[in-house]
Design a protein around this ligand. Structure first.
Ligand code: ADP
Ligand code: ZN
Length: 605
């Protein structure tokens, strides 16, 4: 703002200087006439040298016969003729002088008289004008504060998102094709007396393609797409959210049929009165306004609200009532076939070498969301470009998967020889136990190159996607977690900090086994503790204890038992196959990274 003021000020200074310059030239061009006294004028008239006298008030402008100009002054009260008479000039000589009496006039005169008044007035006026404009600017900003910041998308031509763009998600697409029908030909349904649903709730972990699907529905139905995130409704001031909702629906109704997409609806649609997070007054008002708008929409108006959330469990039940978000669609993490499809979609217009096998890539990426897969392929393309290749090789993609999975390799993070040896024994411990135990996933890769925070890593991958896990799998998994710790302890007599993350994961797994899966003999088939979050989304916020102190002790004891059992298993395997362990360590120290083939070759006699 101060910049604008400065700029304006400079402009006016410039104009002022130009005007001033103009006046100075105006004065300079007129040849300055000689000022003479009345006596001399009389003498000149007597000598018949004067041809004309112009009288302007008290000022006399005299033109001589020879063309020269002079000025003189008289008293303003006396007229020139009286004056001349008083000097006793011969009337015949007076006749020869042309006398002109003029009022004050002319641009110069007016400019000179008025400018001193007008310039300050003008400056003040301009100043007020600038101030007004700025205040107005602030005003319009304040006015637009309550307007929604929804982005409006009209999809056209080739870049249109359609169901083809979304790979997998078959059931979701089937359900949504109904919504597309509503948008395309609402009459068909209205004639049957059917009410067109107004709200669709998309539920699923981040990156599973909720936004993409909503966009695809708009693309398929060829309607505009308004998108806004739930958190954008909530501002510092109470009432803004509600007014933004009103504005959004007003805009949408104008371009009906259309889709309103509200991402992260949980930001406003949390259970009311839950008291989690600040400003819940504002959230409540916003939520109420959304509900009011949805309820108040006439059936004729074809606006469908799609909302996305990854936390359906915390949504206010009012949102889920019939007539509101009564269509609910769950998007799961893609399985191996879906992953292959998603990879194919994102592989379009990327040059791949002949050796690229997307099925293999899909096999290697259990637990990846659509967004992760897109990201992995993109990283692969970047890697290939940085290596100045003409096309993307399988190896680029596999490396980028590991990067997405574990963080970038840190080759610069060089371990000294001692650390290298410890890390090698640690990772070899994990790998050997994973190899020996029947219920563990096969080892895909072992490495002592540090990645992210880990000094080394052992990558296990299931052969196929698993949806159910058994107790024996978990028990073996616990032994694998402890393999690193035990290997360090057995070889060097003490452990390092490198094992801390393993221990944390082992403890967490043991606890879930007892408290969530009912897999403990003594504690039996029940859960302990109420979690706020759904487990399938993989997060918990806080746990409420619903058991006695005595049970808590038992749980602690069971966790300790499970872990010490795992420790024993690990120890017995590592002592029994000590020579194998040394072999793996030797290979690791030499090559740093062992792929699955190299690793399994070590076990052949
Ligand atoms: P969400 O909204 O669920 O967090 P997005 O819809 O924003 O996830 O997905 C992020 C990106 O991941 C998409 O832009 C797309 O590139 C990719 N993606 C996710 N799911 C799929 C899918 N089923 N098919 C193709 N691409 C997908
Ligand atoms: Zn480890």
């Amino acid at each position: 703002m101060s910049k604008i003021i400065l700029k304006n000020f400079l402009i006016f200074l410039l104009i002022f200087l130009v005007i001033a310059a103009l006046f100075s030239t105006y004065n300079a061009t007129a040849e300055k006439p000689l000022a003479v006294g009345i006596d001399q004028l009389i003498t000149q008239i007597q000598n018949e040298e004067v041809s004309q006298i112009i009288v302007r008030d008290a000022k006399l402008e005299i033109t001589l016969n020879n063309g020269k100009k002079e000025t003189s002054k008289k008293e303003s009260t006396d007229s020139l003729s009286t004056l001349l008479k008083n000097y006793n000039i011969d009337p015949a000589k007076m006749l020869k002088v042309k006398i002109d009496v003029k009022e004050n006039e002319g641009f110069g005169f007016w400019a000179i008289t008025l400018l001193p008044i007008f310039v300050p007035l003008l400056l003040i006026g301009v100043f007020i004008y600038i101030m007004m404009r700025q205040v107005q600017g602030a005003n319009t900003k304040a006015m637009s504060f309550g307007q929604s910041q929804a982005r409006e998308l009209h999809q056209k031509g080739k870049s249109k998102t359609t169901f083809k763009t979304v790979a997998g998600c078959k059931e979701a697409k089937e359900e949504l094709s109904e919504v597309v029908e509503f948008l395309r030909s609402p009459k068909k349904f209205l004639q049957m007396g059917a009410k067109i649903p107004k709200g669709v709730l998309l539920m699923g972990a981040p990156g599973t393609g909720k936004t993409l699907l909503a966009k695809a529905v708009a693309g398929e139905a060829n309607v505009p797409f308004f998108s806004i995130s739930g958190s954008e409704f909530v501002e510092m001031f109470v009432g803004v959210g509600a007014s933004r909702v009103r504005d959004l629906f007003k805009r949408a109704k104008k371009s009906a049929p259309c889709i309103i997409f509200i991402d992260e609806i949980d930001a406003v649609g949390r259970q009311r009165g839950a008291g989690l997070g600040g400003s819940h007054d504002e959230r409540e008002q916003t939520l109420n306004q959304i509900l009011v708008e949805m309820d108040g929409m006439e059936t004729k108006i074809n606006v469908i609200v799609m909302a996305a959330t990854n936390r359906p469990d915390i949504l206010d039940p009012a949102l889920l009532r019939p007539g509101r978000f009564d269509r609910r669609i769950v998007l799961d993490m893609p399985d191996i076939n879906d992953r292959e499809e998603i990879l194919k979609v994102h592989a379009e217009n990327k040059p791949f070498s002949a050796d690229v096998d997307l099925r293999k890539v899909a096999e290697r990426t259990p637990g990846f969301s659509g967004a992760d897969l897109a990201n992995a392929l993109n990283e692969g393309a970047i890697l290939a470009a940085r290596r100045n290749k003409k096309s993307i090789d399988q190896i680029d993609i596999l490396e980028s998967i590991e990067k997405v999975l574990l963080g970038p390799e840190r080759r610069s993070h060089i371990l000294n020889d001692k650390e290298k040896k410890i890390t090698a024994y640690h990772e070899a411990g994990h790998a050997l136990i994973a190899h020996e135990l029947p219920n563990s996933d096969p080892v895909h890769k072992v490495s002592i190159i540090s990645r992210g925070h880990a000094a080394g890593y052992t990558l296990k991958m299931p052969i196929e996607d698993k949806h159910l896990h058994s107790r024996s799998e978990f028990i073996d998994e616990l032994a694998v977690f402890l393999g690193g710790w035990v290997a360090e302890k057995e070889t060097f007599g003490e452990v390092t900090t490198g094992a801390s993350n393993d221990l944390m994961q082992a403890t967490k797994l043991a606890k879930s086994l007892i408290t969530q899966y009912g897999m403990d003999e003594d504690l039996g088939p029940r859960t302990f503790g109420e979690r706020e979050e759904l487990i399938f989304l993989g997060k918990e916020i806080h746990e409420q204890r619903d058991y006695s102190d005595k049970t808590a002790e038992m749980i602690d004891q069971s966790i300790t038992n499970l872990i010490s059992q795992a420790q024993k298993t690990a120890k017995s395997i590592l002592t029994k196959h000590k020579d194998q362990l040394d072999k793996i360590v030797e290979a690791l120290l030499k090559k740093e990274t062992l792929e699955r083939g190299d690793f399994e070759a070590l076990f052949k006699k």
